[in-house]
Write a protein that binds this ligand. Structure first.
Ligand SMILES: Nc1nc2c(ncn2[C@@H]2O[C@H](COP(=O)(O)OP(=O)(O)OP(=O)(O)O)[C@@H](O)[C@H]2O)c(=O)[nH]1
Ligand SMILES: [Mg+2]
Length: 367
């Protein structure tokens, strides 16, 4: 499964710039008001240093990285929620993402007017949260209308599930009206409904404060300040100079690295964003080694060997016999699977084994 992330933000906050930084794409940063509504979609290879370690050990013809899909919707969520046409379609597209990146303007630049008139990070985060809340309330209201119709038409005794759903939705609406994103609620027994509706405020959220180059030395203090106010288990704030990251993403890796050193940046914007996204989404990576490729796979923490096999190939799930697993570090110490087997370090696991981050997995199966 590749992770799927939607990029939203107020106009001119830097959405397309970060999209380009993450995907290495070169989508033009022009305003949607002149270009019409259009979403940018791009794929990034998840930077996974452990794949390089495996590649150095096994010299496979091919190295396959997990992928992350980014969508820059390029329009305001609030406007989309009010639109039944193309805007509604874009919103549907947005509702299928696993997590949201909310870009907030932090850079100063007199030549780029701020849509709200002045620079104010807190106000903009609040405004964006309100847009998401607005969109979710609109979904709930539409559903409640339909439920009323269904309730009127239902025979006595058949309305139990409708009433239950109405109850839950009313509860959600109250929370939203108090400005509480749905991801802060304890989900049982409402989890099923959240999954059905794909509410935007139920999604994990990464707030990216788009700072200017001059603010880079304050990155850590900016992050502390805004995390103390806005972060929770499903929301994290990072500060990133999106424009610089976009420029670095277009350089050769060695040149980019040199510039990063000069700026005191330990890792690329993509690396930071991916790391936090994986944490927010509870994702881990396991590896497979084949004759033709070594490959990384992203799965939810807690996935068992049987389901993980299915990610690789449906035949492997259907004909699953067992999984042979070893932690990547141990494999590197042994130098080869054969040596690991000889030393008794290759664990033989059944269907129920929970795959661990960094496991190198061989699935034995018959078809
Ligand atoms: N000075 C400065 N300008 C930036 C920075 N990041 C983005 N910009 C500029 O801000 C403008 C808007 O950036 P975009 O990435 O197009 O913003 P957007 O959110 O996609 O804009 P819309 O799609 O029109 O809503 C562009 O002119 C960017 O070059 C930054 O860190 N510093
Ligand atoms: Mg844009």
């Amino acid at each position: 499964m590749s992770i799927n992330i939607g990029i939203i933000g107020l106009p001119q906050s830097g959405k397309t710039t970060i999209f380009n930084a993450l995907t290495g794409g070169k989508a033009e940063t022009i305003s949607h008001t002149t270009a019409g509504l259009s979403a940018h979609i791009g794929i990034a290879h998840v930077p996974e240093p452990r794949l390089k370690i495996l590649a150095d050990l096994f010299h496979p013809p091919k190295v396959v990285f997990p992928e992350a899909k980014y969508t820059d919707i390029g329009a305001s969520v609030k406007n989309l929620a009010m639109d039944k046409g193309i805007g509604g379609q874009l919103l549907n597209q947005l509702s299928t993402v696993d997590a949201l990146i909310c870009v907030i303007r932090g850079f100063k630049d007199e030549s780029i007017p701020h849509p709200q008139g002045s620079l104010d990070i807190r106000r903009d985060i609040d405004t964006l949260n309100l847009e998401l809340v607005f969109s979710d309330i609109a979904i709930i209201e539409r559903r409640l209308e339909k439920l009323e119709t269904s309730l009127k038409a239902a025979k006595p005794g058949e309305n139990q599930s409708y009433l239950h759903e109405k109850d839950i939705l009313m509860g959600f609406k109250t929370e939203l009206e108090n400005n509480k994103p749905l991801h802060t609620l304890s989900l049982e027994p409402a989890a099923r409904f959240i999954a059905n509706y794909q509410f935007l405020t139920a999604k994990p959220m990464l707030i990216v404060i788009n700072i200017g180059e001059d603010q880079l030395p304050q990155t850590a203090s900016i992050e502390t300040e805004y995390n103390s106010r806005f972060s929770d288990t499903k929301c994290t704030v990072v500060a990133l100079c999106c424009k610089l990251e976009m420029e670095l993403a277009q350089l050769e890796e060695t040149a980019a690295q040199e510039f990063r050193n000069e700026y005191g940046l330990k890792e690329s914007g993509l690396e930071r964003i991916i790391k936090i996204s994986y944490e927010l989404l509870d994702m881990i990576t396991f590896f497979t080694i084949g004759q033709n490729e070594v490959r990384g796979w992203s799965i939810k923490k807690g996935t068992n060997a049987y389901k993980a096999a299915g990610k690789i190939h449906t035949d492997m799930e259907k004909g699953f016999i067992r999984a042979e697993c070893i932690n990547l570090d141990e494999l590197v110490k042994c130098g080869s699977i054969a040596e690991a087997r000889k030393r008794g370090l290759l664990k033989i696991e059944g269907k129920e084994y929970i795959i661990q981050d960094g496991d190198v997995v061989t699935i034995l199966f018959n078809v």
